[in-house]
Design a protein around this ligand. Structure first.
Ligand code: NAP
Ligand code: GLV
Length: 313
């Protein structure tokens, strides 16, 4: 079996080392521009179009992340880029759910207990007690109840705050009030105090965090965007902060990454920024999952994580 590997990041050698241990019989090579030699499987993160275009011998493309939007964008911009017979397979959890649970728990507690405001008071050397937020109306709404969102929503119930979740098809999670489909979107949003976004980026979800959506939340709500920058209409967030409709936001993903130095988010006192680290791709867990799935595919067994290209996730 011939396996082609590509990442734009600096750790390709470590991936190749671990993959070659996990796939002992495979002929593994790192893709270089101009390499059009045959391959059965590709393992990639943000591949250039040239790597995939015309590779009709590929049986599967494994994406080194949960979100496949970058690969589907290649197909959208240049139809026919994705090899006709290859299945596109994404990572399922591989340690990302736990990281997301930690990130969101931290953000929710920080806002619930007003630690962000105490940081500001400390900077001004002010000893001042703020009124606590009532826990019973501190509703957290999780957009997307897939592999990651379902773990996050379930874990938040232990904080004793009301938890809601929104998905395309109906989902059931103990202790979580679930809403499904566009017709129930406004009911889901109504009164939400912390909106957490864990949707995939698709044509349907592009710009979903916009002025209209933000206006449906409780006054003085919080936004936690850990999915994709293109979900958020950045100027609408700035307006909603200015108007007091949104109290603060924690953002891990941006329309342009790295966030440009002159971007107004950097200096905004109520925006917390992290550099797309809410859930990192863990090499050991990811290599193990991919090797297991390649084995299953070769034996003709079904695998999870196959992307429905028409749906976009
Ligand atoms: P997933 O398992 O595919 O779950 C996606 C969820 O979103 C599903 O519940 C799905 O509904 C729902 N959904 C999709 N389109 C929808 C729509 N139009 N309306 C309502 N609900 C919709 O994905 P995942 O593994 O949880 O990952 C989610 C996203 O997190 C990824 O796509 C990626 O962009 C992002 N991510 C970010 C980081 C980071 O470090 N910042 C790391 C990992 C992942 P159904 O349940 O009905 O299908
Ligand atoms: C990271 O952003 C991922 O999609 O896994």
């Amino acid at each position: 079996m011939k396996v082609l590997f590509y990442t734009p990041q600096s750790d390709a050698a470590a991936w190749l080392r671990d993959l070659s241990r996990a796939l002992p019989g495979a002929q593994l090579r790192e893709w270089q521009p101009g390499d059009h030699a045959p391959a059965d499987v590709a393992i990639v993160w943000r591949p250039p179009r040239e790597m995939l275009a015309g590779r009709h011998d590929l049986r599967a493309i494994f994406n080194l992340g949960a979100g496949v939007d970058a690969i589907l964008e290649l197909e959208h911009d240049h139809p026919g880029t994705l090899p006709r017979n290859a299945q596109l397979v994404r990572l399922e959890d591989t340690g990302m759910a736990q990281q997301m649970v930690e990130y969101v728990t931290h953000a929710v507690l920080r806002y619930l207990r007003r630690f962000d405001e105490y940081d500001q008071l400390k900077a001004e050397q002010r000893w001042h007690v703020l009124d606590p937020h009532p826990r019973d109306t501190f509703t957290v709404g999780v957009l997307g109840l897939g592999v990651l969102g379902s773990h996050v929503a379930a874990s938040l119930t232990s904080l004793g705050v009301p938890v809601r979740g929104f998905s395309r098809s109906a989902r059931s999670i103990e202790g979580v009030a679930t809403y499904a489909g566009q017709a129930h979107f406004d009911a889901f949003l109504d009164g939400v105090k912390v909106l957490v976004n864990l949707l995939p980026h698709t044509p349907d979800t592009h710009g979903v965090l916009n002025g209209r959506t933000l206006s449906k939340l409780a006054r003085g709500a919080y936004v936690v965007n850990i999915a994709r920058g293109a979900h958020l209409v950045e100027s609408d967030l700035l307006d909603a902060l200015e108007q007091g409709q949104i109290a603060a936001a924690t953002l891990d993903v941006f329309v342009e990454e790295p966030l440009p130095p002159q971007h107004p988010f950097w200096k905004h006192p109520r925006i917390t920024i992290t550099p797309h680290i809410s859930a990192l791709t863990l090499r050991e867990e990811s290599v193990a999952q991919i090797a297991q799935k390649i084995g299953a595919l070769m034996r003709g067994e079904p695998i999870g994580g196959i992307v429905d290209i028409s749906r976009g996730y």
